[in-house]
Design a protein around this ligand. Sequence first.
Ligand SMILES: CCCCCCCCCCCC(=O)SCCNC(=O)CCNC(=O)[C@H](O)C(C)(C)COP(=O)(O)OP(=O)(O)OC[C@H]1O[C@@H](n2cnc3c(N)ncnc32)[C@H](O)[C@@H]1OP(=O)(O)O
Length: 205
Amino acid sequence: MFTLEDIDGVEIDRRAALYGPLADAVRELIDATIRTETDADVIRDVEATVRAATTRLRDRQIDGAYGVRFTPDGTGMPWGNAVVGLRNPIAPPLDIERDEDGRHHSRFTLGAAYEGPPGHVHGGVCALVLDHLLGMTASPGDKPNFTGTLTLRYRRATPLGPLHAEARIDRVEGVKTFVVGTLSDAEGVTVEAEGVFITPAWARD
Ligand SMILES: CCCCCCCCCCCC(=O)SCCNC(=O)CCNC(=O)[C@H](O)C(C)(C)COP(=O)(O)OP(=O)(O)OC[C@H]1O[C@@H](n2cnc3c(N)ncnc32)[C@H](O)[C@@H]1OP(=O)(O)O
């Protein structure tokens, strides 16, 4: 599940510079695919081009998903992750910052690819973002904590566009870490979240 990738910082940077722009380009493609109103023959031509590009990428590929890789110095490479994955065009991706007090926060933009109600973020996408942010907040050390229960209160619809999310640990009780967080737009909080994150048996002392 968590694997060691024996590479140094120079190699991480090289790979990030190679794969990051590809994922960015595909994110643009997703947005353009949703919003285009160009001519039918152009759309069919682009479809063929995209299929050809996919065939070229599949020339050599790993079996299964990317996994969460760590380098010997503990640098994480969750590059296939659905929220922060550098190589995953589905991920917005979030850039999550950690304060000295353990609070985690992120500013990001969700566009047309994340729509649920017209012009607004899909409720499941709100949950996706908050689950990941709260999960990161719950796992400050080298032990993973997995979502046991995530409770959300959707106070009002979240508009597509620039957003902010933050989370902090409320308390720790044995193997359970209780985390609270919010998703907000410029007008204030749209979704409140509470999560119970649990250290799985295989990671306990
Ligand atoms: C580089 C960056 C990395 C990047 C990677 C960072 C990843 C962040 C990911 C974000 C978070 C995720 O999506 S994680 C993926 C989604 N979550 C999952 O897939 C979890 C699936 N479930 C499980 O693996 C398991 O059920 C666990 C770990 C949740 C529970 O394990 P368990 O072995 O069953 O626990 P058990 O010993 O019975 O119980 C321990 C205590 O927890 C309580 N408990 C047990 N289950 C639950 C529950 N669902 N909700 C509340 N509380 C519970 C029990 O009552 C007990 O309390 P007491 O008696 O001690 O009081």
